[in-house]
Design a protein around this ligand. Structure first.
Ligand SMILES: Nc1ncnc2c1ncn2[C@@H]1O[C@H](COP(=O)(O)OP(=O)(O)OP(=O)(O)O)[C@@H](O)[C@H]1O
Ligand SMILES: [Mg+2]
Length: 455
C-alpha cells in the first residue's frame, strides 16, 4: 500500500479537512470507496494519499484492505511484533506481511469501542462488538493477552449464506435440505426443535440462518444473540442483543433476554449460541409447548452435545432432553486444498431409557465421498408429525420429494436470498404458484424467456 511513504500528504489532508469527518468511522467497502471519491473531489491531493487517509483516520488502518477483500472470512491481530493472520474462504489460514504496533492496535480497539458506546481499559480488557458494516469483532488487551492486544474480526457477508449456497457448497444434500425444510416448518402442526452443533467457525450460525428462511412469514420470530449475526428477510422479526456489564456491573444476559422473549408471545425463538443457564430456560420453554425453537451450540458431536447440555453450567435435566427433536452436526475440514463445511450427522432424540438419552441417526456422512446420506427418515419426529398432521408417512414422503425438486431447481438456478424467500413463502400459500414463480427465474435471478427449464 505504501501509506508510510505518504505520511506528509496524509497529515496535510487531515489538516485541511479539519473536523469535517470527526465522527466518521466505516468498514463498509462501498462506503470507504465513496469517501475516497468525496474527499478527492474536495481537497487537492493524490488519490493514493486520500485513500491512505481514509484507511488511517476513518476506518481500520492497515486492516482496511482486508475488510475490502470479499474472499476473507476472518482477520486476526494476534499480538505485538507478530504478523496479521487472515482466514481465506478457500485456502484457510494464511500469514500476511502486515504488522501493527501495539499503539496502532490500541487506537483501532478504542475506535471500535467508541463506535459501540463502550470502553475498554485495564478494568474491562475484553470487548465483543460490531463493526459499522455488521462484522462481529472481539478484542483483548494485554491485561489478558500478554503477547499484546488482539483483534479478531469475523467478516460480515453482505448476503448471508442461503440454503442454495449450502447445497451448492456440498454442506448438505437436497434430500437433507428438504427434510430440514419440513422440520422447520413442521407442516404447520409441529415445527421441530433443532440444535445446530459444531466446532469453532464450522458454520453453525450460517446453517441456522439458512434454515430460518423456512419459517413461515406469519409467525413471530424473536432471536437472541450476543452480537447480532442472524439476518432474515421476515418483517415480523425482533432481534435481541445481550449487553455486557457496565461500570456498575449491570448486565443483560442471554438468559434475561430469553426469559423476556417468552413474555413476548413468540412463535419462534432463535438463540445465537447456547452456552450457559439459558439452556435450561430454553429447554423449559420447549417442554412447555414452545415448538420450533432453533439454536446453535458449540460441541463436536451429538454425544458431547448431550453431555454439555446436562452438566454445569447448562444443567438441563435428562428428562427434559427429548423435547429437542433434531441435532444437526457440522464440521469444517480440508479436502485436498479446499476448505469445506460439511454436515456430517443428523440425529433425532428418540426418548430416554433409564439414565440414557436415545437417539436415531437420520443422515450420516459417507466417509469416502464426504457427502451426507439418508439412513432413516421415518423416525420419531416424522411419525409424530404424521399423527398430528393426519398425513400418512407416504404422503409426507411425497411432500418431501416435492420440496426436494424445488430445492434442486433453486440450486441449479442459483437463486439468491430474496427470491428463495419469495418462492418458499409462496409455496406455503400455493405450491403451484411457487413452482410457476420458480420457473420464471433464470440463473442469477434474471427474468427469462418462457419454457427454459420446467419442473
Ligand atoms: N457451509 C458453508 N460453506 C462455506 N463457508 C461457510 C459455510 N458456513 C459458514 N461459512 C463461512 O464460515 C465462517 C464461519 O461461519 P459461521 O459464523 O456460520 O460459523 P460458526 O460455527 O457459527 O462460528 P462461531 O463458532 O464463531 O460461532 C463465515 O465466514 C461463513 O461465511
Ligand atoms: Mg456462530
Amino acid at each position: 500500500m505504501g501509506c508510510e511513504a505518504l505520511e506528509r500528504e496524509i497529515l496535510l489532508i487531515h489538516e485541511r479537512l479539519g473536523d469535517r469527518y470527526r465522527n466518521t468511522f466505516t468498514t463498509d467497502p462501498a462506503e470507504i470507496q465513496r469517501l475516497v471519491e468525496e474527499i478527492s473531489s474536495s481537497v487537492e491531493a493524490p488519490e493514493e494519499a486520500v485513500r491512505c487517509y481514509v484507511y488511517e483516520y476513518l476506518s481500520l488502518g492497515k486492516l482496511t484492505p482486508f475488510m475490502m477483500d470479499d474472499n476473507l472470512e476472518e482477520i486476526m491481530v494476534v499480538g505485538h511484533g507478530l504478523p496479521v493472520y487472515i482466514f481465506d474462504r478457500i485456502a484457510g489460514m494464511k500469514e500476511t506481511d502486515i504488522f501493527l504496533s501495539e499503539a496502532e492496535v490500541r487506537r483501532l480497539i478504542d475506535r471500535i469501542a467508541r463506535h459501540n458506546g463502550r470502553k475498554v481499559d485495564s478494568q474491562t480488557p475484553l470487548l465483543d462488538a460490531r463493526l459499522p458494516d455488521g462484522s462481529r469483532v472481539n478484542a483483548t488487551l494485554p491485561e489478558v493477552s500478554p503477547r499484546g492486544s488482539t483483534i479478531t474480526i469475523r467478516k460480515f457477508r453482505r448476503e448471508p449464506l442461503t440454503i442454495v449456497d449450502l447445497i451448492r457448497f456440498g454442506t448438505m444434500s437436497t434430500r437433507l435440505a428438504s427434510y430440514l425444510w419440513l422440520a422447520v416448518e413442521g407442516l404447520r402442526t409441529k415445527p421441530a426443535n433443532i440444535l445446530v452443533i459444531g466446532g469453532t467457525a464450522s458454520g453453525k450460525t450460517s446453517t441456522l440462518n439458512a434454515l430460518s428462511a423456512f419459517v413461515p412469514e406469519n409467525e413471530r420470530i424473536i432471536s437472541i444473540e450476543d452480537v447480532l449475526e442472524i439476518s432474515l428477510m421476515h418483517r415480523h422479526w425482533i432481534p435481541l442483543e445481550t449487553r455486557p456489564p457496565d461500570s456498575e456491573g449491570n448486565e443483560i444476559t442471554m438468559d434475561d433476554l430469553l426469559k423476556n422473549a417468552l413474555r413476548m408471545r413468540p412463535d419462534r425463538i432463535l438463540v445465537g449460541e447456547v452456552r450457559g443457564e439459558e439452556a435450561l430456560t430454553l429447554f423449559t420453554a420447549m417442554n412447555t409447548g414452545h415448538d420450533g425453537c432453533m439454536a446453535t451450540l458449540h460441541a463436536n458431536s451429538a454425544k458431547e452435545t448431550l453431555s454439555r447440555l446436562t452438566s454445569h453450567p447448562m444443567n438441563v435435566p435428562k428428562i427434559m432432553i427429548p423435547a429437542l427433536d433434531i441435532i444437526v452436526a457440522q464440521k469444517k475440514q480440508m479436502e485436498g486444498r479446499t476448505l469445506r463445511r460439511r454436515i456430517f450427522e443428523v440425529l433425532e432424540i428418540s426418548g430416554t431409557e433409564g439414565d440414557n438419552v436415545l437417539t436415531n441417526t437420520l443422515f450420516k456422512q459417507n466417509p469416502k465421498r464426504g457427502t451426507i446420506e439418508e439412513v432413516l427418515i421415518n423416525g420419531r419426529y416424522m411419525q409424530h408429525l404424521s399423527s398430528l398432521s393426519n398425513m400418512s408417512l407416504r404422503e409426507i414422503d411425497e411432500e418431501l420429494r416435492r420440496r426436494e425438486t424445488l430445492l434442486e431447481v433453486m440450486a441449479r438456478k442459483r437463486l439468491r436470498m430474496k427470491h428463495i424467500h419469495e418462492v418458499v413463502q409462496l409455496y406455503y400459500r400455493s405450491p403451484e404458484a411457487a413452482v410457476e414463480k420458480l420457473e420464471g427465474f433464470v440463473m442469477g435471478d434474471r427474468p427469462r424467456k418462457k419454457g427454459w427449464l420446467d419442473l
